[in-house]
Design a protein around this ligand. Structure first.
Ligand code: NAP
Length: 450
């Protein structure tokens, strides 16, 4: 059997499912090196999934970690492709390189005042409360009574919950210590969620919406012209379920509410107010019902309603992530993904031999953790087809290790990650928490035994 050496860049779900497909095929003997910029693996499973969703993180323990225990898989944590090792060095050393680097930028709102202090992306807020080392120093102004979230996707719901969950509930999670302290001291008691289309076009999923029914002390209000009993609409099944849940949320009476989430649909932000800091967001009502979520987007007529201002000290833009270009790889500026067809990286109409993408950097920031499995299957399918066709080759055997030594890089192995993992869990068990995350790179490297 012929052997294949593959580098996977990024250890989130997209990279881990690519590894699973490579391990499960029987055409080639495969050796896999997994490169991760942080000392810790699992990407958005660690730094994206909300702390109060521990069940969504189990995939790392129940599946992903077993791939890294295999003799033919090596983990290189704390190694950045593009600075510690160049793309060219990587392609020279491997038959194939699979980039699974996710989407680490934000879609812009493109309205005046968007960059004022106090206006942040939900992506940054999520990374902060999840203890991502790059975001641990951020500060969010939680001193005012109201926060506004733009967008009605699952990220908007995650963030709305984190801002309204009782402090005792937060303290049972693996939320980063700095975020726990800040949220415990928060004065935010009202969270407004703005949807530019109607509630029938909201992007959130029903299970995530249903969670709001169980938030202690939090009442939910819905302002939507198109909130109709499901049987009075011709909406699809998913939308009908969401309508039923929205109606239950609206009917629910909370005995002594301490916080409130208000959904305002058909409202678009047109400017952020404030001189040196956000003081409010100007919104315009949009009329027209739009199309069902599954149909073509129509946003109603802008300018047809009168603008008004919602006072707030914090504005979180949860309008979607965006991929970041990687040096040396073709990037589609319009869609924010590395140019590809079915996972093969493309220079114009020509596939770049041996270079592949999977996950959000391939298809855009859409889908849940499991969606990456099918995506990776297709990418790895292309890789294996190219290998079978004799198109893949490498120029040298293992100069990657030399490059890392030359760069004096402190590499974290899988054993190193297991030591970090044990340290975090131990610290957590002493406080009745699943883990206390280490968020400082130096501290992580020390725990890894570097
Ligand atoms: P998303 O689902 O794409 O939602 C983005 C929201 O922003 C939509 O409501 C969109 O409205 C709105 N929007 C976009 N541009 C806007 C603009 N210029 N002005 C106003 N609103 C705008 O994105 P996401 O919430 O970031 O989630 C990303 C992916 O991760 C999704 O597939 C999501 O399901 C997944 N995710 C899953 C979970 C979970 O499973 N619990 C948790 C978090 C994220 P339109 O619909 O009108 O475009």
């Amino acid at each position: 059997m012929t052997s294949l050496r593959v580098a996977v860049v990024g250890s989130g779900p997209a990279g881990m499912y690519a590894i699973q497909h490579l391990l499960e095929q029987s055409l080639f003997d495969v050796d896999i090196d997994l490169f991760e910029r942080l000392p810790t693996p699992w990407g958005l499973v660690r730094a994206g999934v909300a702390p109060d969703h521990p069940e969504k993180k189990l995939i790392a323990d129940r599946l992903f970690r077993f791939f890294l225990k295999r003799d033919n898989v090596r983990f290189f944590g704390n190694v950045e492709i593009g600075s510690d090792i160049s793309h060219d060095e990587l392609t020279a050393s491997y038959d194939a390189v699979v980039y699974a680097v996710g989407a680490s930028d934000d879609k812009p709102l493109a309205i005046p005042g968007e960059r004022l202090p106090g206006s942040c992306s939900a992506r940054e807020f999520v990374a902060w409360y999840n203890g991502h080392p790059d975001y641990r120093h951020l500060q969010f102004d939680l001193s005012g009574p109201r926060a506004v979230i733009v967008g009605t996707g699952n990220v908007a719901l995650d963030v709305a919950r984190m801002l309204t969950l009782p402090a005792t509930a937060l303290a049972r999670t693996d939320i980063a210590e700095h975020a726990l302290e800040a949220l415990q001291a928060s004065h935010v008691n009202e969270v407004i969620v703005l949807g530019r289309r109607g509630c029938q076009q909201a992007a959130f999923h029903n299970p995530e919406l249903e969670e709001l029914l169980h938030l202690d002390g939090v009442e939910v209000q819905i302002e939507a012209d198109d909130l109709l009993p499901p049987e009075q609409t011709d909406a699809d099944w998913d939308t009908r379920r969401k309508l039923a849940t929205l109606i239950r949320l609206q009917a629910r009476r909370v005995a002594a509410p301490v916080k409130r989430i208000v959904f305002k649909f058909h409202r678009s932000p047109i400017a952020v107010s404030g001189d040196t800091h956000v003081t409010g967001v100007q919104v315009q009502t949009r009329v027209g019902s739009g199309s069902p979520r599954s149909g073509l987007p129509r946003y109603g007529s802008p300018g047809s309603g009168s603008p008004g201002t919602i006072d707030c000290g914090l504005l979180l833009r949860a309008i979607g992530y965006r991929g970041r270009a990687l040096p040396g790889l073709p990037f589609d500026l319009q869609t924010g993904v590395i140019s590809n067809v079915a996972g093969r990286v493309m220079d114009g109409s020509v596939p770049r031999t041996g270079v592949y993408v999977t996950g959000w950097i391939r298809r855009g920031p859409r889908g849940v953790i499991g969606s990456n499995k099918q995506c990776a299957a297709e990418t790895v399918g292309c890789l294996l087809a190219d290998a079978r066709a004799g198109k893949l080759s490498r120029r040298s055997d293992d100069p990657v290790a030399q490059a890392l030594i030359a760069n004096q890089r402190q590499v974290v192995s899988f054993g190193g990650w297991q030591r970090i993992d044990r340290t975090e869990r131990l610290a957590g068990s002493a406080r009745g928490r699943p883990r206390i995350k280490q968020t400082d790179i130096g501290e992580l490297l020390t725990s890894a035994g570097r």
